[in-house]
Design a protein around this ligand. Sequence first.
Ligand code: BTN
Length: 266
Amino acid sequence: MNADRIPEEFAEALAATAAERGVFGARLHYADEVGSTNDLAARAADRGAPEGTTFVAGAQTSGRGRLGRAWFSPPGAGLYISTIIRRASLAPWITLAGGVAVAEGIARATALPVQIKWPNDVVAVGGGGFRARRKIAGILAEASSSADGLQHIVVGMGINLKAAAFPPELADRAGAIETELGRAVDPGAVLAQVLVALNLTLGELWTAGPLPLVARWLALSPSAQGAPIEWDGGSGVTAGLAEDGALLARSANGLHRIISGEVRFV
Ligand code: BTN
């Protein structure tokens, strides 16, 4: 990792957004290929790196996603970003905040209409219903704690920019921004606007508490209200978000709180 080797294609957008990004990306490390940017950020945080220190890679050999899955991270196809958060009291909301920031950053940089699918899959709004929407980005927040309490949170964001030969198990669910738009996008603008949105979202969460974040998340997540779903052990219709970020679903047996696992739209 060498902070001086930030690709030329990122430089202009990063410079233009320096004030709006605040600490996010003020220290930015780039490498063409890494194992996982989340691991690099966690190691840097353990060594004392400040909030906002950000790692970006052009490819990952061990990118990981939610639920123990791999995150497909081939060269030249996506942005793989991890940033450090040190405000421990924000931890319960970081997953939702990351989803809102990535969705809003992509929308601002590219004008692609996007939505969030609980908990934080960012999907493109193409033709078809919730079931048909292709995932173009995902967020993996990982916290590190010790006997003294929470030390840091790493927010990892994987954004599919270009069409790639997705593995067969992803082929019918994964998409890419350029494929959805039918034109090229500026990767530097996407990176910069996601970091701007993260700075604004976390700033608002810090000063105003979670209610504005929950409102923004719900506005971006129409599938969280009234959509038929299946989850491990049940099926029903989505019924909004609980105070702690759990997805609510109603079935013949009553109201259910879904706190982890996979939700399938049916
Ligand atoms: C998901 O499963 O939806 C979350 C995917 C998160 C992928 C990103 S890419 C950058 C960072 N490094 C990783 O290894 N994972 C996250």
